[in-house]
Design a protein around this ligand. Structure first.
Ligand code: HEC
Length: 246
């Protein structure tokens, strides 16, 4: 029975940051039959590229991985071609810039950590590849964070250049609210509301954190059916073997 318990265990974590309950969403990738919504992932990729990529890298994701969210090779080549990567040294010993290729990792926004901090009030914008796995509450936490900006309450000791966010530990964060209505325009006509944008970019980050999720889950389901089937067969065999002993 143990495996059943493990398999059906609710994946949602109720981890709350501070004392504010996270906003819980019904994510299509939760649960044992969980799948990603490819249209949402593509919209989320657009949000990442046009908004978050100004400050956050995705160093564990290659352009060719985008095939996993439904882009064709030609589309991926075109996407990669918009970026430049530093390569080299060449025969003269110099580093040089060239267009990114499908096999390159996503281009980093800053040359080094120091510049990243200088540009962000001393705080480092963390790499987002694995952030959904790295934070208690996972996707619900990221979604809540993106929707958690408010005015500073009275008597709050706010530090310079910080923003109030209910869900961030300590409640002040160096990242200004990155999204607002219509900050991107979705190619599939979906209305780009604040909530929609937050949901899509969170889904995209859930995918970057675990691109193999669908394979893992479908393997789990197959294993489960196999175990149930074999249990039934063994029960049948047992009955047959013991039948004449009564
Ligand atoms: C102007 C730069 C900037 C942009 C644009 C930006 N961020 Fe951030 N982000 C930051 C900084 C700086 C931090 C670190 C905050 C801190 O340490 O107080 C951060 C932190 C985060 C964190 C980590 C929170 C934690 O629990 O540690 C997440 C998640 C995040 N950003 C998501 C996003 C998403 C998603 C987008 C795009 C919709 C985005 N950010 C756009 C600067 C930015």
């Amino acid at each position: 029975m143990l495996f059943l318990l493990i398999a059906f265990q609710n994946e949602k974590s109720n981890a709350a940051t501070g004392n504010v309950e996270l906003i819980e969403q019904n994510w299509p990738f939760n649960g044992i039959f969980g799948r990603f919504d490819k249209a949402s992932l593509q919209r989320g990729f657009k949000v990442y590229s046009e908004v978050c990529a100004a400050c956050h890298g995705l160093r564990y994701v290659s352009y060719r991985d985008l095939a996993g969210i439904g882009y064709s090779s030609d589309e991926i080549k075109a996407i990669a071609g918009q970026y430049e990567v530093k390569d080299g040294p060449n025969d003269e010993g110099d580093m040089y810039f060239r267009d990114a290729k499908m096999s390159d990792k996503f281009v980093e926004p800053y040359e080094n950590d120091q510049i990243a901090r200088l540009a962000n009030n001393g705080s480092y914008p963390p790499d987002l590849s694995l952030i959904v796995k790295a934070r208690a509450g996972g996707a619900d936490y990221i979604y809540s964070l993106l929707n958690g900006y408010k005015e500073f309450p009275e008597n709050f000791e706010a530090s310079d250049g910080m923003y109030y966010n209910e869900y961030y530990p300590g409640k002040q964060i160096a990242m200004p609210s990155p999204i607002m209505d219509e900050i991107v325009e979705f190619d599939d006509g979906t209305e780009a509301t604040h909530l929609q944008i937050a949901r899509d970019v969170t889904s995209f980050l859930a995918w970057t954190a675990e691109p193999e999720l669908e394979n893992r889950k479908s393997l789990g389901v197959k294993t489960l059916f196999f175990l149930i089937l074999i249990t039934i067969m063994l029960l049948g065999v047992k009955r047959k073997v013991w039948k004449n002993l009564e």
